[in-house]
Design a protein around this ligand. Structure first.
Ligand code: SAH
Ligand code: SF4
Length: 388
C-alpha cells in the first residue's frame, strides 16, 4: 500500500469515526464531566473558570491518582473552591447496570452511559497470582461483522468517548477498591488492560488514543504501555499511527492464513488483505523479542484448524517477533461454527511451537456469564436489574 493511499485511507476512517461521535461532556444540569479530558483540555477548563493552571495538575492527581469522585474530599483545595468546582463540574463514572461473577471469578460489568447506551467490560483474574486484566470496550457494537463474533451481530450504535473508555477501568477499580493508583510496580489486581472488548479500537482512534494517554500518564493511573494491549482486526492504515503515537502492545486478529477464507471470516480482509496486514506488523515500532506481536487465532472446526493451516501460519509470520494465541471458538446463541477438537488444537499448537513461537491455548474464561472472547454484546433497552 503506498504512503499517500494510506494517508487518504486514514482520513476517510477518521471522518467516518466522527459520524458516530459520542455525546460530549455536558450534563443535562449544565455541569461538565472532567473525566476523559486531556491535560490540555483540563487546563483550558480551569482557565475558563478563572483558575490558575496549577489547579489542573492538582485535579489530575485527585481524579486519576486518588480516584476521588467528590470535590469535598480534595483536601488540598480550600472549601470555597471545592464548592465552586462542584457547581460547574462532576467527576463521572459509568453506571453499573449489571455486575455478574462467573464461577471462575471472571467478572462482567454492563456499564450504562448517560444516553442509555451500554457496553460490557470484563475483569479476568490471573488464575495463580493476585493480578489480572481488564478487558475494555471501545465502541457500542461493531461495524465489522466477523462471522464468529457475537459483538459483530450488534450494529454500531456509536463510538465511546475517551471518558467512557477510561471510565470503564476507573469504575472497575472502584468495584475492587483499588485506589489510590500504585506507585512504581506495586502489583495490583487490575494490573493490565486489553482493548479486546466490544468494537474495533482503530475505528475509534482519537478517543482510544486520548484514553490510553490518560491511563499511561505517570501522575495519574500510570499504567506502563507494556501493560496495555490493543487488539485490531487489521485496520492497516491506523496500525502505523497507533504504533508511533501510543506504542502499546499490538494484538492482531488473524484467524486465517488464506485470503479467501479470511475474506469470509473477517470481512475487513477484503480491504486490507493478509499481505498488507503482515507488512504493517513488520513495520510496527518496538516489535522485539521482549515485545512480541500477538496473533489471535480462533480455532474453528474444519475451517482453519488443519496442520496445513498451522504450517502456512508459521511461514506467514516467519522472522516476526510474535506469539500466537489459540482461542477455542466460544459459541453464542445462534452462532454458526463449532469449536475445534482438543486434538486438532494440540497438533496445531505443536506445529507453531516447534517453529519457535509460543502458542498458548486460551482457556475460555467466564463462559457461564457469556464473558469470554467474542461473546460480549450489550443487552439493549436498559431494562436490566441491578445485581450487586
Ligand atoms: N475488534 C477487535 C477487538 C475485540 S475482539 C478485534 O477483532 O481484534 C477480541 C478477540 O476475540 C478477537 O481476536 C476476536 O477475533 C476474538 N473473538 C471474537 N469472537 C470470538 C469467539 N466467538 N470465540 C473466540 N474468539 C472470538
Ligand atoms: Fe468487531 Fe472484533 Fe468482533 Fe470483528 S471480532 S466483529 S472486529 S469486535
Amino acid at each position: 500500500m503506498s504512503v499517500s493511499l494510506t494517508e487518504a485511507e486514514r482520513e476517510r476512517i477518521l471522518a467516518k469515526a466522527a459520524a458516530f461521535a459520542p455525546p460530549g461532556n455536558l450534563l443535562a444540569d449544565g455541569r461538565r464531566d472532567l473525566v476523559g479530558l486531556s491535560r490540555e483540555e483540563l487546563a483550558a477548563e480551569m482557565a475558563a473558570a478563572g483558575e490558575a493552571p496549577f489547579r489542573a495538575k492538582q485535579l489530575w492527581h485527585w481524579i486519576y491518582h486518588q480516584g476521588v469522585t467528590d470535590f469535598a474530599r480534595m483536601s488540598s483545595i480550600a472549601r470555597p473552591l471545592q464548592e465552586k468546582l462542584a457547581e460547574r463540574f462532576v467527576i463521572g463514572r459509568p453506571e453499573v447496570a449489571l455486575d455478574q461473577l462467573s464461577s471462575d471469578e471472571t467478572r462482567k460489568f454492563l456499564f450504562r452511559f448517560r444516553d442509555n447506551e451500554a457496553v460490557e467490560t470484563v475483569y479476568i483474574p490471573d488464575p495463580v497470582e493476585d493480578r489480572g486484566a481488564v478487558c475494555i470496550s471501545s465502541q457500542v457494537g461493531c461495524t465489522l461483522s466477523c462471522r464468529f463474533c457475537h459483538t459483530g451481530t450488534q450494529r454500531l450504535a456509536r463510538n465511546l468517548s475517551a471518558a467512557e473508555i477510561v471510565g470503564q477501568f476507573m469504575a472497575a477499580r472502584d468495584a475492587y477498591g483499588e485506589w489510590p493508583s500504585p506507585k512504581g510496580e506495586t502489583p495490583r489486581l487490575l494490573s493490565t488492560i486489553v482493548l479486546m472488548g466490544m468494537g474495533e479500537p482503530l475505528y475509534n482512534y482519537e478517543n482510544v488514543a486520548t484514553a490510553m494517554k490518560i491511563l499511561m500518564d505517570g501522575e495519574g493511573i500510570g499504567l506502563s504501555r507494556r501493560r496495555i494491549t490493543l487488539s485490531t482486526s487489521g485496520v492497516v492504515p491506523m496500525m502505523d499511527r497507533a504504533g508511533e503515537e501510543l506504542g502499546v502492545n499490538l494484538a492482531v486478529s488473524l484467524h486465517a492464513v488464506r485470503d479467501d477464507l479470511r475474506d469470509e471470516l473477517v470481512p475487513l480482509n477484503r480491504k486490507y488483505p493478509i499481505k498488507e496486514l503482515i507488512a504493517a506488523c513488520r513495520r510496527y515500532p518496538g516489535a522485539s523479542n521482549a515485545r512480541r506481536i500477538t496473533f489471535e487465532y480462533v480455532m474453528l472446526k474444519g475451517m482453519n484448524d488443519s496442520e496445513t493451516d498451522a504450517r502456512a501460519l508459521v511461514y506467514l509470520i516467519a522472522g516476526l517477533p510474535a506469539k500466537v494465541n489459540l482461542i477455542p471458538f466460544n459459541p453464542w446463541p445462534g452462532s454458526a461454527y463449532e469449536t475445534s477438537s482438543p486434538s486438532a488444537i494440540r497438533k496445531f499448537a505443536n506445529i507453531v511451537m516447534d517453529a519457535g513461537y509460543a502458542s498458548p491455548v486460551r482457556t475460555p474464561r467466564g463462559q457461564d456469564i457469556l464473558a469470554a472472547c467474542g461473546q460480549l454484546k450489550s443487552v439493549v433497552g436498559g431494562q436490566l436489574p441491578v445485581v450487586r
